[in-house]
Design a protein around this ligand. Structure first.
Ligand code: UD1
Ligand code: CA
Length: 476
């Protein structure tokens, strides 16, 4: 039987250096809050319980945690400050008979991953330690806890920078703040830890020396991948961690068969899914729950938020939110696609088109310079250049329906609510106010009138008048 496992996430801290009205752990990288990244990693360990400790901005943080991971146990930290107190209260929330391992993570250390934690837990169990932590060697360890070791290399304890001697401050192996404990060893150590230190806090790090004193084993396992333990304390570290997360996401997609031409200018959120043989061109932003099927080409300079892109579709230099593009659809350049838009198989939204809540059937095209809003267009229809669907009467939005194989002429205004029947044609410049029956041609433009000689008479001496004179001579 596998060992029992609980994960404790520390999220009670204030995050003053963010200078933000938003709690630190709710700031986002890769489209998810910092705490959501940590919750996802915790869930990836398939633990028996996840406990989050909160205090600062308690309501907001607890709500965000439960929104993302409803089975999380929320524990409130009391007035006693420090990571040791936070963990003590979390452990007290575990069932009395829980006797397994406890992983401790921080809500503001978002890049820690499941494989690293699994290795840490395995080593911890194999060596029957009371405490195993992730450490790293930092050239500049300022501000972090230092790992104390004997001459033979065995770990002796952890000292916080504020409590360290000059000599101890020169130690470059630091505490990454990610731990595995055996419950029993942790609980008895925490019971003995006091707040008698430079910060007046109950330090979790004091557990190391306590467990050793009680005859238990402790060790720090160093990682070369220092991003795994990188904390976010200010906005500089937030963007640094965000960039690194993006680099890792882009790489993972590349390794899975996606062509990404320029990782530095390509930003892909953690929840985006991309099939192999998709091509992503520079300047592309893929956000939210966007999914892209094989053979699609996205970019350059394209932003997709919560979009679904079908096989072989092409979207260039455009921006779309909550839209569905079916297989073989084509979009752009320079189009703006708003929520509720669905483009059918082989359909086209061309250059300089704004679409909103537009259901465009397969093979139908809105190729140039149009606004199509609150409209359903059937299959195989064509909307002429410069056509506007006037969906708004100043008070309410109305629906427009265009049938199959319709030919809407250039520069039409379709005044909603209105229906154009299957196979109908509309003339260039039509103002379509009334329904058009299937197969009809509709036109309402006044007959063209040419007033001969108007320019010569009314604009004598202008370049137009001269050109007209010239043209008449040549024709004669
Ligand atoms: C802590 C470690 C330090 C380590 C560093 C790594 C202690 C005493 N020190 O430092 O050795 O190098 O992490 O980043 O643990 N928190 C609570 N309740 C509290 C205090 C903190 O939940 O009362 C949470 C914070 O929100 C944060 C995490 O614990 O998520 C770590 O706290 P923080 O103050 O950032 O760590 P340090 O004290 O700097
Ligand atoms: Ca602190």
């Amino acid at each position: 039987m596998a060992e029992k496992l609980a994960v404790v996430i520390l999220a009670a801290g204030q995050g003053t250096r963010m200078k933000s009205s938003v709690p630190k752990v709710l700031h986002k990288i890769g489209g998810r809050s910092l705490i959501a990244h940590v919750l996802d990693t915790a869930a990836g360990m398939q633990p028996d319980a996840v406990i989050a400790v909160v205090r600062h901005e308690r309501e907001l943080v607890a709500e965000a945690i439960l929104d993302h991971a409803p089975h999380t146990v929320i524990v409130d930290q009391d007035e006693v400050p420090g990571t040791g107190r936070a963990v003590e209260l979390a452990v007290a929330a575990l069932p009395a008979d829980f006797a397994g391992s406890i992983v401790v993570l921080s809500g503001d250390v978002p890049l820690i991953d499941v494989p690293t934690l699994e290795r840490l837990v395995r080593g911890h169990i194999d060596h029957q330690r009371g405490m195993t932590l992730l450490s790293a060697v930092f050239e500049n360890p300022t501000g972090l806890g230092r790992i104390l070791r004997d001459a033979d290399g065995s770990m002796r304890g952890i000292v916080e920078e504020k409590d360290a001697t000059e000599a101890q401050r020169r130690i470059t192996e630091i505490n990454g703040g990610i731990y595995v404990f055996a419950r029993t060893a942790l609980e008895s150590a925490l019971a003995e830890i006091d707040t008698n230190n430079a910060q007046g806090e109950k330090y979790l790090t004091d557990a190391a020396a306590r467990i050793l004193a009680g005859g238990g084993a402790v060790d720090a396992v160093a990682t070369d991948d220092t991003w795994l333990i990188a904390g976010v304390n200010d906005r500089v570290q937030l963007s640094d961690a965000g960039r690194e997360l993006n680099r890792r996401i882009v790489r993972a997609h590349q390794h899975a068969g996606v062509t990404i031409h320029d990782p530095a200018s390509t930003w892909i959120d953690a929840d985006v899914s991309i099939e192999p043989d998709v091509e992503v061109l520079p300047g592309t932003f893929l956000h939210g729950a966007t999914s892209i099927a094989t053979g699609a080409v996205i970019g350059p300079d394209t932003t997709l938020v919560d979009c679904e892109v079908g096989e072989g579709a092409q979207i260039r230099r455009s921006e779309a939110t909550l839209a569905v593009f079916s297989a073989g659809a084509q979009v752009g350049p320079f189009s703006f696609i708003r929520p509720g838009t669905e483009l059918g198989e082989g359909g086209k939204i061309g250059a300089f088109v704004e679409a909103k809540n537009a259901k465009i059937g397969s093979g139908s095209k809105v190729p140039h310079l149009s606004y199509v809003g609150d409209v359903t267009i059937g299959e195989g229809s064509n909307i002429g250049a410069g056509t506007i669907v006037a969906n708004y009467d100043g008070v309410k939005k109305h629906q427009t329906t265009v049938g199959d194989a319709v030919r809407v002429g250039s520069k039409n205004v379709l005044i909603a609510p209105v229906t154009i029947g299957d196979g109908a044609y509309t003339a260039a410049g039509a103002m379509v106010r009334k329904d058009v029956p299937p197969g009809a041609l509709t036109m309402n433009v006044a007959p063209q009138r040419n007033i001969e000689g108007w320019v010569a008479e009314n604009r004598p001496g202008t370049s137009s008048a001269q050109a007209a004179e010239q043209g008449r001579e040549e024709r004669a």
